[in-house]
Design a protein around this ligand. Sequence first.
Ligand SMILES: Nc1ncnc2c1ncn2[C@@H]1O[C@H](COP(=O)(O)OP(=O)(O)OP(=O)(O)O)[C@@H](O)[C@H]1O
Length: 274
Amino acid sequence: MSTEVSARSAVTRSAAERTAALRVRDVRVAYHRVEVLREITLDLQAGEWLGLIGPNGSGKSTLLRAAVGLVPSSGRFEVASGRPPQPTDLSLMPQAPELPPGMSVVEYVLLGRTAHLGWLGSESRSDRQIAVNVLRRLGMASFADRTVLHLSGGEAQRVVIARALAQQAPVLLLDEPTSALDLGHQVEVLELVDELRHEEGLTVVAAMHDLGIAARYADRLALLHRGHLMAHGTPEQVLERDLLSQVYGHPLHVHTIEGHLVVTPAPRHTKERS
Ligand SMILES: Nc1ncnc2c1ncn2[C@@H]1O[C@H](COP(=O)(O)OP(=O)(O)OP(=O)(O)O)[C@@H](O)[C@H]1O
């Protein structure tokens, strides 16, 4: 079942395609001949936030990794001008990157500038300033000279986000960016990304497991299940109780609390007392 919720006219669709920051066309990925992404087609407008949701193993990371060429795919990814993405077009914050031992935080964040350096080029003072500014905006300026291996899980995750932001690509791909963060830091990071979206027209694709948080920040959600795009639309359209219960394999409730969507598991069936 595929639910493309918004039916647009052909005229509107071609206009939207022209302004898309990222187009995904019939993308398929197979690992060892087992297909894990099947005919994914999506358009992302400049400045839009797309939330990528779905159970474990549904294909979220694979889609993000395929977009930056880390896994081979068939079909097409295209950026605004209709060409395939170059390293400066898309920035991926991977789910669990290895942090190089012996590297300081600021050196690690500077790796985000690599896509902007020429062959054998080295970082300039302005690259360093960009890295320091990103760390400052994430409240991590005082960590700049610490070694990356001596960070807590949440601190390390924020440093990985800093590296992705330092790349200053127009499209930011975040793979579970806040899974290791406490509530305060979750909001801080997501608000910063949202600010950059509004200030600089950054386009965001964020894979997240917390459906309520995903709904709060995303303009649209894309729900993956076993490599299929099951639903695609506004959070109100996609966070539908029966669909989510089917996809997640457990009865779920969808509530609206103080204007925000919240998804909770239904309590397990308990035996009625006789
Ligand atoms: N390198 C690989 N080799 C073989 N199979 C892989 C590889 N990477 C991922 N897979 C498989 O591809 C499918 C999709 O995985 P993927 O990591 O994209 O899912 P996900 O939605 O990001 O999951 P999660 O929410 O658990 O991070 C899974 O069945 C997974 O086991």
